[in-house]
Each structure stands twice: as structure tokens, then as C-alpha cells.
Design a protein around this ligand. Structure first.
Ligand code: ATP
Length: 235
């Protein structure tokens, strides 16, 4: 469904990603874990086209994305929930969700998708008219995920959904992500600093440190791996 081959990204003189290769099969739930500054956000931005590649290739459903600008990628089924949520704070909850349906031509389908999101996150249904900027952090995260789901994506990219949230809210967000994957079959790529929780959720995972993939395997195997301890504990 999604593959990266030898992807590198540079910010001026700094290499944020070096020769990263990974693949995500249709319907898989793949997690990329790594400590602060490992390049996780850059990886998501490279996939969604927000930062240019200095080397390598990204394919979605077999199609090379090199010639597809960022604003066209949602039309191919790619939805990106960015770091720090980035909801449109001056728009209502409903307006944010409506913006999420922009890649869809079918208005009836758009309305159905919004209903589905509101079923998934009932707290948002109670607040459809409320300005997004006045929601709590957890509610904004639900809205950001809901906005991405509103386009019925094939691949859902989630950039550190736990960031800045209280532990009980993090558990709830992770539980909802697992449910979305189970119920819709959408392919999920989750990048997270919270390694243990993220490894428990996924079917397969990669470990990223200083811009390179240093390990991959099942979540269960990686939980016990030396690379993970080294990446996180410097052991
Ligand atoms: P975090 O968990 O802190 O978000 P991350 O794993 O998502 O980290 P990135 O944000 O992708 O990592 O950053 C990777 C490296 O690239 C870091 O050294 C960071 O300082 C650097 N970097 C990120 N964005 C830029 C930018 N716009 N210009 C220059 N350097 C950048």
C-alpha cells in the first residue's frame, strides 16, 4: 500500500532522514517509534509531501508520489493528522469536519462520513457548533483524527497523537485508534515517542534513531529488543 525506498531528507546541512526504507501493507497498523528528534515528524511530512526528498522514492498503491504535490495527495487516499493537532481554531467543530471531506466529490458520502466520526466521538456531536480552539487538548485530538477520517482515507498518518495529553486521555485516544483500525480496516501509520503503548497497538513496527531505521519487527519482539532499550535509555 505504502512504501519508502532509500528516503533521505535534509534541512540545509542537517540530515533529518537518511536512507529510510519501509513498507506498509494494505490494512496493516505500522508504528514508527523513536526518541525526540529522531525524524518521526519529518517522515510523516515526507510521505504527505510537505518536505521534499533529497533522495529516494515513495509509492502509494504502486504510484510514485514524486510528481504528486502535497495538496493532491489526500485525493489519492492519504490523510495526515499532524503533530500538535492543528485544527482550525476559529472554525466550528462541524466546519473542521466538513473541511476534512474536501477530497470527496460525493456530498452524500461526506455527510455519512461526518455522521460516522460523530458516532465514534460522541463528545464532538455535543459540540458541533463550538469553536475548535475552545475544545480541550484531547477533544482537539479527536477532532484532528475525525477530520482526517472524514475523507475515508486509505492510509491514515498519525503524528504523535499522545503529545501534551494527560495519561487517561492518551489511553482513550489509543483505544479509539485501535477501534478505527479494527472497524474500518484503514491502513494506519502511527509515529510515537511513547514506545510501549504504540508497540502494543501495532501489527509491525520500526525504530528510528537519528534519522535511520535501526530495527524492525513485530511490536512484541521490539518491546524486548536491545535496539529499543538503546534508543530510549542509551543503554
Ligand atoms: P519530536 O519528537 O521532537 O517531534 P521527531 O522525531 O519528530 O522529534 P523531527 O521533528 O522530524 O523529529 O526532527 C528531526 C531533526 O530535524 C531534528 O534534529 C530537528 O531539530 C530537525 N528539524 C526538524 N524540522 C526542521 C526544520 N524545519 N529546519 C531545520 N531543522 C529541522
Amino acid at each position: 500500500m505504502l512504501s519508502l525506498e532509500g528516503v533521505s531528507v535534509r534541512y540545509g546541512g542537517l540530515s533529518a532522514l537518511t536512507d529510510v526504507s519501509l513498507s506498509v501493507g494494505e490494512g496493516e497498523f505500522v508504528t514508527v517509534i523513536g526518541p525526540n528528534g529522531a525524524g518521526k515528524t519529518t517522515l510523516m511530512k515526507a510521505i504527505s509531501g510537505v518536505v521534499p526528498l533529497s533522495a529516494g522514492r515513495i509509492r502509494l498503491g504502486g504510484q510514485d508520489l514524486a510528481a504528486v504535490p502535497a495538496q493532491r495527495r489526500p485525493h489519492l487516499g492519504l490523510a495526515h493528522v499532524p503533530e500538535n493537532r492543528q485544527v482550525f481554531s476559529g472554525l466550528s467543530v462541524l466546519e473542521n469536519l466538513e473541511l476534512g471531506t474536501t477530497p470527496l466529490a460525493d456530498r452524500a458520502q461526506s455527510a455519512g462520513n461526518i455522521e460516522h466520526v460523530l458516532d465514534l466521538f460522541p463528545i464532538l456531536r455535543e459540540r458541533t457548533a463550538q469553536l475548535a480552539g475552545t475544545l480541550s487538548g484531547g477533544q482537539q485530538q479527536m477532532l484532528a483524527i475525525g477530520r482526517a477520517l472524514a475523507s475515508t482515507p486509505k492510509v491514515l498518518l498519525l503524528d504523535e497523537p499522545s503529545m501534551g495529553l494527560a495519561p487517561s486521555i492518551v489511553d482513550m485516544i489509543f483505544e479509539r485508534i485501535a477501534r478505527i483500525h479494527r472497524e474500518t480496516g484503514v491502513t494506519v501509520v502511527l509515529v510515537e515517542q511513547r514506545a510501549i503503548e504504540a508497540l502494543e497497538l501495532c501489527t509491525r513496527a520500526y525504530v528510528l534513531t537519528t534519522g535511520r531505521v535501526v530495527a524492525s519487527g513485530s511490536g512484541r519482539d521490539l518491546m524486548r529488543s536491545e535496539e529499543v532499550s538503546r534508543a530510549y535509555l542509551g543503554a
